[in-house]
Write a protein that binds this ligand. Structure first.
Ligand code: KG4
Ligand code: ZN
Length: 345
């Protein structure tokens, strides 16, 4: 079964073609970063308009890349939520229209389920059950995963998501949007142990996160350095390093705790922040000491992409799930509402 995946939930148009027999056949991504950069964040109306411009040409590009045509598409998977309502509507409307025209089924996919299953696109795939750390611009969650659609929320951020915290810290440091990769790069030149930022909520029991205090701490540190004049390049790097270390060690501590609590030894990390090198290294180091393994998507599939939507949709479509003909999106959609998939993938 060849499944066309369409991702338009935020500021990336991602298209892919996934075959349940042959794996990922082709994928293409268009990032709107340049469109939103001057505003310092995503402007929803501009995002929708850009998806309208890019989605069809990218579908053509992906089909051509796979050396296939519309007649070879057996089903369509599109992101139905969570995300920006206008942006989601572009993908959903187009997917529904194409499905009707081509006479194939279509299914609305949960964006975070897409992220969660993205490591399955790699050669070394995690077996169920596992704990998933989902770290993106909008979500920070620890989830127990017993199978596709069998999700138990173990903990989540009570305020900012980890990616959002990176983006806000970047703004304070005068770095462009989206800030995560820029903060990480700046942090590489930072001085070890010059600042020690708080590790929020690690001394409290439980698996929830909070990043807003860290944001305030970062701002206070920058302000006090500014008291001595303009921040030097070294000051900025030192702040970036302390910030990144605090986020990374908070995430690592909670992952270890989640595995212990659930008595599991596999951790899957996904979402934009899972591209962070320090986080990957420290998770691997810490968890290997307790005999646990870490899985994550390839770098191209950490941030938003069409392949993860095609893959997640393919699992459900192959099991016979599909939606009715009406166009529905869910800007807010708890992942725990998803139905369990009883047929093994
Ligand atoms: O999953 P994603 O592409 O979009 C959402 O679904 O939100 O995640 C985007 C987030 C942004 O906040 C971005 O700053 C962050 O992922 N990010 C990173 C890195 N690469 C992307 N954060 C830290 N380090 C990185 N290398
Ligand atoms: Zn995402």
């Amino acid at each position: 079964m060849n499944v066309l995946g369409i991702e338009t939930s935020c500021d990336e148009t991602g298209i892919a073609l996934y075959s349940t027999d042959r794996g990922l056949l082709a994928h293409a991504l268009y990032s709107q970063i340049e469109v939103h950069r001057e505003y310092g964040g995503v402007v929803p109306e501009l995002a929708s308009r850009d998806h309208v411009r890019k989605t069809l040409p990218l579908i053509d590009e992906v089909l051509a890349g796979a050396d296939l045509g519309a007649k070879d598409v057996d089903a369509i998977a599109y992101t139905a939520g969570p995300g920006l309502v206008g942006a989601l509507m572009v993908g959903a409307t187009l997917a529904r229209g194409l499905a009707l025209g081509w006479g194939v089924p279509a299914l609305g996919v949960h964006h975070m389920e897409g992220h969660l299953l993205a490591p399955m696109l790699e050669e070394e795939r995690p077996e169920f059950p596992f704990v998933a750390l989902l770290v993106s611009g909008g979500h920070t969650q620890l989830v127990r995963v017993d199978g596709i659609g069998m999700y138990k929320l173990l903990g989540e951020s009570v305020d900012d998501a980890a990616g959002e915290a990176f983006d806000k810290a970047a703004k304070m440091l005068g770095l462009p949007y989206p800030g995560g990769p820029h903060v990480a790069r700046l942090a590489e030149g930072g001085t070890k142990d010059r600042f020690e930022f708080p590790r929020p909520m690690v001394n409290r029991p439980g698996l929830d996160f909070s990043f807003s205090g860290l944001k305030t701490h970062t701002l206070t540190t920058i302000r006090s350095l500014e008291g001595d004049g303009e921040l030097s390049e070294q000051d900025r790097a030192d702040v970036a390093r302390a910030f990144e270390e605090a986020v990374v060690s908070t995430l690592v501590i909670k992952c270890r705790r989640a595995l212990e609590q659930e008595n599991l030894s596999r951790l899957v990390m996904a979402g934009g922040v899972s591209a962070n090198r320090k986080l990957r290294q420290q998770l691997a180091n810490t968890l290997s000491k307790q005999g646990a393994e870490v899985f994550y998507p390839g770098l191209a599939f950490c941030t938003d992409n069409g392949a993860m939507i095609a893959y997640a949709g393919a699992q459900r479509l192959a099991a016979g799930q599909c939606d009715g003909p009406d166009v529905q999106v869910r800007p807010r959609w708890p992942m725990t509402d998803l139905p369990a998939l009883t047929v093994a993938s």
